[in-house]
Every structure is written in structure tokens, then in C-alpha cells.
Design a protein around this ligand. Structure first.
Ligand SMILES: [Zn+2]
Length: 86
């Protein structure tokens, strides 16, 4: 079992989370994006070895956030809210 840090709830069991993907910018306007660029946006991932920033969802509070992990060791480096300051 591993503990993940939700920025809103603190350390919680990994089973309370689901991986949403790598952070990447969506092509805009989407309806004018080529099929190749859209497919790359949807399906191609860097899948980096080592430190990686990922988007996760905490299923208990339903907040998404960024978590930085070492993908080689599974160690968690940190997490941060995706909310923008008002
Ligand atoms: Zn939470």
C-alpha cells in the first residue's frame, strides 16, 4: 500500500485515487485540428522514466490535482492543487 498526498485531504490510501493522465495543452480550436494532431493529443504520452508530473483525481473529494512522482521508484515527490488563485 502506498499513500498519496491529496492537496485537499492530506495523505490517503492509493486506492482512493485514479490516474487521469499527463498534463498537456489541448489543441484549440479543436474542430480545426488535424486528425493526426488530435490522435497524438489523445493517445501519445511521454511516459517519462524518472520525475514526472501527472494529473490525478481523488475519488473521495472528487478534486483533480497535479502529483509529481518518480516513475522509476514510484516515490511521490509532491502534489499541488490545480485551482487558480481568485
Ligand atoms: Zn481529496
Amino acid at each position: 500500500m502506498q499513500l498519496f498526498p491529496c492537496p485537499f485531504c492530506g495523505l490517503r490510501d492509493e486506492t482512493e485515487f485514479t490516474y487521469l493522465g499527463e498534463p498537456k495543452a489541448r489543441h484549440e480550436p479543436a474542430d480545426q485540428t488535424s486528425d493526426e494532431a488530435w490522435a497524438e493529443y489523445l493517445y501519445v504520452t511521454a511516459n517519462a522514466r524518472g520525475e514526472a508530473r501527472e494529473i490525478w483525481l481523488h475519488l473521495t473529494c472528487m478534486e483533480s490535482f497535479a502529483m509529481t512522482r518518480d516513475t522509476a521508484t514510484n516515490g511521490v515527490i509532491g502534489s499541488e492543487s490545480l485551482r487558480r488563485a481568485p
